[in-house]
Design a protein around this ligand. Structure first.
Ligand code: GUN
Length: 298
């Protein structure tokens, strides 16, 4: 029996997409602006292909223009940089996303730095990272922004809350810390080398798990009533479903955590759907800034 409220990321994301579609419709009427998102995929990693396909479909669904550039796995770095250069100056493209991971022969930092920071809807360019940490007007990485939206919806004002982020990646952990600090939380970042990790987790009013280890966080790691955001998406063997079957699980052991937490995101159906919805939101924000139009309250 679960005591926690289940935070429904799927319906939250659908709601955000609806609001994005409404703003996009308004921009088309006045000033006649259609936000455009370009996604660049290098190689044919199956998971990346699924993400890119879904991004394209959802972009079109909310009324925006979708551009896809699929490059072979052995594409030279210089060719990829040339594609980005073209997108940087293409007036119909307001957001650029280069799907990660990139093949080993391509320097990820060099590629991310080549994207026009105003079109960097992933928020990975160093200028946007710096702006996020110094309180400037930035584009914010989609997954942590989606987590923040769900936390604010669940808890309202986050001031003074103790937040612990498990994971220190550039894509989730670090930007999540910056965002929660901006909301006046007391923020800790824990990781695989943290001493007494379960004790540190038990101190947190807000626990964000983004460590990439299936089912790591147990119910007895959680402070009673805490809000738990599970960013992990891990595929594990599920012999109980039959030979060779698998299932998706988070970094949190949902069954035991839901007994203790006040609210928790499930996997799947929690953080995952919010990421693309926030990407669409970032693209509209970027388009408005580039066109000098008032920013929508999304
Ligand atoms: N690969 C996995 N997550 C992401 C993301 O948020 N952005 C990009 N560009 N690639 C990813």
């Amino acid at each position: 029996m679960s005591a926690a409220k289940i935070i429904d990321g799927k319906s939250f994301a659908a709601d955000l997409r609806g609001r994005v579609a409404h703003v996009v419709g308004g921009l088309k009427d006045d000033p006649g602006l259609t936000p455009g998102l370009a996604v660049v995929l290098v190689g044919d990693d199956p998971a990346s292909r699924v993400y890119v396909k879904n991004k394209g479909l959802q972009t079109v669904e909310v009324g925006m223009a979708s551009f896809e550039h699929r490059l072979a796995a052995d594409t030279p770095e210089s060719d990829l940089l040339a594609v980005i250069k073209n997108l940087n100056t293409d007036a119909t493209v307001h957001g650029i996303l280069v799907q990660l991971p990139l093949p080993d022969h391509i320097n990820e930092n060099k590629v991310l730095s080549a994207i026009n920071p105003d079109k960097d809807v992933d928020g990975f360019h160093l200028l946007n990272v710096g702006r996020l940490w110094t309180g400037g007007e930035s584009l914010v990485p989609c997954t942590p922004y989606g987590c923040l939206m769900m936390l604010k919806n669940q808890l309202g004002d986050l001031t003074g809350k103790r937040a612990l982020i498990l994971g220190r990646s550039n894509i989730v952990g670090k930007p999540m810390a910056a965002l929660l600090l901006q909301e006046s939380c007391t923020v800790s970042i824990a990781h695989s080398r943290t001493v007494d990790l379960p004790d540190r987790c038990r101190e947190a009013d807000i626990l964000v798990a983004a460590v990439g280890r299936p089912l790591m966080v147990q119910g007895d790691w959680i402070k009673p009533g805490a809000t738990v955001i599970d960013v992990g998406i891990n595929r594990i063997a599920a012999p109980e479903r039959g030979a060779g079957k698998t299932r998706l699980v988070g970094d949190v052991d949902f069954a035991s955590a839901a007994e203790v937490a006040g609210a928790i995101t499930p996997v799947p159906g929690g953080v995952g759907p919010m990421t693309i919805a926030c990407l669409l939101r970032n693209t509209v924000v970027a388009a408005c800034r580039q066109a000098g139009v008032d920013q929508p309250g999304l």
